[in-house]
Write a protein that binds this ligand. Structure first.
Ligand code: ATP
Ligand code: MG
Length: 394
C-alpha cells in the first residue's frame, strides 16, 4: 500500500494556535483533493498521513502534484507502508525503489526511528539498508554529501514507511489563516503572480476583473477565467467578479484630459473595489482586509510613486503590492513556475490598453486629479457597473 506523508512548514513552529492553522490547512487540502477520490487523514505531530480509501483508482501522482501547491506544506512524500520487520522491509521495499534507483548514480539512506522498540538503532538501520540497496543495485555508489537520491525509512508507531522521493512543498502558511483580500486581476503577467505571493502568506483571495466590451473581447474574459482555474490549487477558493467598465472608460475618454486618463481610470478601479468591499461588509461575510495589485515600481507611467500615491488615496483598504520591487525577469520566472505564463502571454487585449494616452502624466498631483474628477460624475457609472458585476466561483 502507498500513502502520502505531507509535512507542515512554518505552522509546525506555531505555538498555542497551531491547531487553528492545522485545521485550516486540512480543510484546504480536502478541498484541493475533493475530485480525486476519498482519503483518510491522520495527523501525527507535524505530519499529515493521507491514505486513499478503498483500493486503487486514486491517481497518487496527481495527488502529490496538487499537494505540492498547497500553502502550509514543506514537503510531500509518497511512500510505501511496510510491516515493522527488517526482512519484510527489504523483501517488499527493494522492488519499490527500482523506479528511483535504476537510473540514479548515487544515493544515501536516512533512517528515523520514533518507535524505540524497533530492535535496530538508527545507524544500524542505515548501514544494513544501505548494504542491501548496494547488493540489489550494484551500479550505485553511496554519497553521503551530495546524493542523487535520498532513501528515507521511518519507523513509526503504526508501521514503517519507505520513500525514495521528497518533493518540496509550496511553503508559506495556509490560505485563509490571514483573512481575505481582493485582487485586481488583469489578464497580464503580473497580477496572477501577485495573487500567488499574497496567498502564500495566508490570505484567501477573491478577484476583480474589468472588461470593456466591445473594445475587449470575450476571449479576454476567458483568459482571466483560465488564470483563476490555473491558480486553483494555490488559491483554494476564489470568487471572480467581472465588471464592465466600458461606460466609465468612455466617460473618461470624453471628459478627462488625456494625460490624466490613466490615473483616473486606476482610481475608478480602486473605487469599484471599495464598493465591493462595502457590499460585503454590509452582508457581514468574507470581509476583505486589503486590496492586491500587480504593480511594480517604474514599470509603466501608472506605476510611478506619485501615481501610486494618487491610487492609494482612493483606496479604503491597504493596497498590497507584492511585486513592487521585482524585475520583470523575476516575475516571469514565478509565472512559469506557477503555470500562468502561457496563459498571460496570449495576445488578447486588456481594458487598460483601450484608449491609452500617448503621454500619460508620470507625476500626477492628487489635488489636480481630484479637481479633474470633480468635473464629471464618474462614480455614478462606477456604481452602476459594480451593481451589475458577474460572479463566478473557482
Ligand atoms: P498586469 O501584468 O498585472 O496586467 P501590467 O504590468 O500590465 O500588470 P497595468 O496594466 O498598469 O500593469 O496594471 C497594473 C495593475 O492594475 C495590474 O497588475 C492589476 O492589478 C490592475 N489591473 C490592470 N488592468 C486590470 C483589469 N482589466 N482588471 C483588473 N485589474 C486590472
Ligand atoms: Mg496589464
Amino acid at each position: 500500500m502507498e500513502i502520502i506523508m505531507a509535512k507542515y512548514g512554518e505552522i509546525a513552529l506555531k505555538g498555542l494556535n497551531k491547531r487553528t492553522f492545522e485545521n485550516i490547512l486540512i480543510k484546504n487540502i480536502k478541498k484541493t483533493l475533493a475530485d480525486l477520490g476519498e482519503f483518510n487523514y491522520d495527523r501525527i505531530q507535524s505530519t499529515l498521513y493521507i491514505e486513499p480509501k478503498g483500493k486503487g483508482n486514486v491517481d497518487l501522482d496527481e495527488t502529490v502534484a496538487r499537494l505540492s501547491k498547497v500553502f502550509g506544506l514543506a514537503a510531500i512524500q509518497k511512500c510505501k507502508v511496510l510491516p515493522k520487520d527488517f526482512n519484510a522491509i527489504i523483501k517488499d521495499g527493494m522492488p519499490y525503489l527500482e523506479k528511483s534507483l535504476n537510473h540514479a548514480k548515487s544515493f544515501k539512506v536516512e533512517a528515523k526511528r520514533s518507535d524505540k522498540t524497533f530492535p535496530m538503532n538508527t545507524p544500524q538501520i542505515q548501514k544494513e539498508l544501505g548494504g542491501e540497496i548496494l547488493n540489489a543495485f550494484p551500479h550505485l555508489k553511496v554519497d553521503v554529501h551530495n546524493p542523487e537520491v535520498v532513501i528515507l525509512l521511518e519507523i513509526r508507531d503504526k508501521a514503517a514507511y519507505l520513500n525514495p522521493e521528497r518533493i518540496t512543498g509550496a511553503g508559506g502558511i495556509p490560505v485563509g489563516s490571514s483573512g481575505a483580500s481582493l485582487l485586481m486581476l488583469s489578464g497580464g503577467l503580473d497580477s496572477p503572480v501577485a495573487a500567488y505571493m499574497i496567498a502564500k502568506r495566508g490570505l484567501r483571495i477573491d478577484a476583480l476583473h474589468f472588461q470593456s466590451p466591445p473594445y475587449t473581447s470575450e476571449r479576454a474574459l476567458m483568459k482571466v477565467e483560465s488564470l483563476c482555474a490555473a491558480l486553483k490549487s494555490y488559491l483554494i477558493n476564489t470568487r471572480l467578479h467581472c465588471v464592465e467598465f466600458t461606460e466609465v472608460q468612455e466617460a473618461i475618454r470624453d471628459n478627462c484630459p488625456e494625460e490624466y486618463s490613466t490615473v483616473v481610470l486606476r482610481r475608478m478601479m480602486i473605487k469599484a473595489a471599495n464598493l465591493l468591499y462595502r457590499q460585503k461588509l454590509e452582508r457581514g461575510n468574507n470581509v476583505y482586509g486589503g486590496l492586491i495589485t500587480g504593480e511594480c515600481l517604474g514599470q509603466v507611467a501608472s506605476q510611478t510613486l506619485s501615481a501610486i500615491a494618487c491610487t492609494d488615496a482612493a483606496a479604503e483598504l491597504p493596497v498590497l503590492r507584492p511585486l513592487i520591487g521585482m524585475d520583470k525577469t523575476e516575475i516571469i520566472a514565478i509565472a512559469r513556475k506557477i503555470g500562468t505564463f502561457d496563459i498571460s502571454v496570449l495576445p488578447y487585449e486588456d481594458c487598460c490598453t483601450v484608449f491609452t494616452p500617448k503621454h500619460p502624466k508620470t507625476n500626477p498631483k492628487l489635488k489636480d486629479v481630484e479637481n479633474i474628477e470633480s468635473r464629471f460624475d464618474y462614480y455614478k457609472l462606477v456604481t452602476n457597473a459594480v451593481n451589475k458585476a458577474q460572479i463566478k466561483d473557482f
